[in-house]
Design a protein around this ligand. Structure first.
Ligand code: AMP
Ligand code: MG
Length: 354
């Protein structure tokens, strides 16, 4: 049997599949029969179930330990399949589909009654994405149903960007894992709400609000909770942000997310000062007997940071470090903003400014 990297002596309970045709067929059958299959996409690994099968979707919430008001993204393999899920496609929605699908963009649209409430966390809207990953497309095609797929991690843990990460969190809890390549993007899709007057980004990703604006020729805003979270920290770094301090429109954004096992701190400021402060804090902590892992990306290497961030968190957890210190990225850049959204959440908004 093939073992994911980092799991050499793993006694796997969950079926591990390849990306070969027969294995994709096997995985599709599992989905059709109401089972759960983790599979690679270009963003992160997803945990898939038939989006129209209430019992199967209930199993996804259970396997992940995900709160039931946190809706799933429904994945389709042909753009025209969005018509099964929503009654109305505005010209803006059509323009975004034409410009960004297949790809890491999720559209929140009005839902048709046939989409089960459990899939949408009780909302009357549904989040839809057409991924670019060929393995994901092949699986959805073979399953012949839309696939609800949140990230294939335990709720609250860093998102999985490699098959081994999925094994670590979900082995024995799901029916199968398709072992594909490491995810190209590394952070989850941009989620944009298309149900209001102004398109609103609920979750930032590598497709930025500016890119969306360029495609539809009108203003796109970030949900104010995303900026508020950031401004709160800026106003009062010592206070941090509690879950009750802001009310995002996307239910999933309010939960503690992406948390490594180690305590985590983000250092923000002018680059040389950040480096010096990280060095100082590392030495100080090591003197006191704590092992410290550092995450510091190259300046302006936003795409690389997105690709590596979750993997680094998980690697440092595997090493068993006591503390992680990360250097903040500039969030003047849209992709930097998306990575900072994850970084601050993983650190529980624990931040120092130098
Ligand atoms: P994940 O499945 O882990 O990638 O998370 C999916 C994200 O999409 C979460 O932040 C959800 O809250 C958000 N989401 C899914 N469906 C909707 C919806 N109908 N309205 C708003 N946000 C949604
Ligand atoms: Mg997730």
């Amino acid at each position: 049997m093939i073992r994911p990297e980092g799991c050499k002596n793993f006694n796997m309970k969950t079926l591990l599949l390849t990306t070969e045709r027969e294995d994709i067929e096997k995985a599709a059958r599992i989905i059709r029969d109401g089972g759960l299959v983790a599979f690679p996409t270009e963003t992160v690994y997803g945990l898939g179930a038939n989006a129209l099968d209430e019992e199967a979707v209930a199993r996804v919430y259970k396997a992940k330990g995900r709160p039931s008001d946190n809706p799933m993204i429904v994945h389709i393999s042909r753009a025209s399949d969005i018509g099964q899920l929503t009654p109305m496609l505005s010209p803006d929605i059509v323009a975004l589909i034409e410009n960004f699908w297949p790809g890491p963009l999720t559209l929140v649209v009005k839902k048709k009654p046939g989409v089960p409430d459990i899939t949408t966390g009780g909302l009357d809207t549904v989040a839809v994405r057409l991924p670019e990953s060929q393995v994901a497309l092949d699986l959805i095609n073979a399953a012949c149903c839309p696939i609800a797929a949140p990230s294939a991690n335990l709720s609250g843990r860093p998102s999985p960007t490699r098959a081994g990460d999925v094994v670590q969190d979900l082995d024995g809890k799901i029916d199968a894992i398709i072992q594909g390549e490491d995810c190209r993007v590394g952070i989850e899709s941009t989620v944009v709400d298309m149900t209001g007057d102004v398109p609103t980004v609920l979750r930032p990703g590598i497709i930025t609000a500016e890119a969306l604006e360029a495609a539809i020729g009108k203003r796109v805003v970030y949900d104010k909770s995303l900026k508020e979270a950031r401004e709160h920290v800026a106003l009062d770094p010592a206070h941090g942000v509690g879950e009750s301090d802001f009310q995002p429109k996307s239910p999933g954004m309010k939960y503690r997310h992406y948390a490594p096992k180690a305590d985590m701190l983000v250092v923000e400021g002018e680059r040389e000062k950040v480096k010096a402060e990280i060095h100082r804090l590392k030495e100080l902590n090591e003197k006191l007997g704590n092992s410290v892992g550092v995450i510091m990306f190259e300046e302006k290497a936003f795409i690389e940071a997105a690709h590596d961030f979750f993997a680094k968190l998980r690697d440092l957890d595997r090493e068993g470090v006591d503390m992680i210190i990360a250097g903040a990225l500039s969030d003047a850049d849209g992709v930097g903003f998306a990575v900072m959204n994850r970084m601050l959440k993983s650190a529980g908004y624990n931040i120092v400014r130098v």
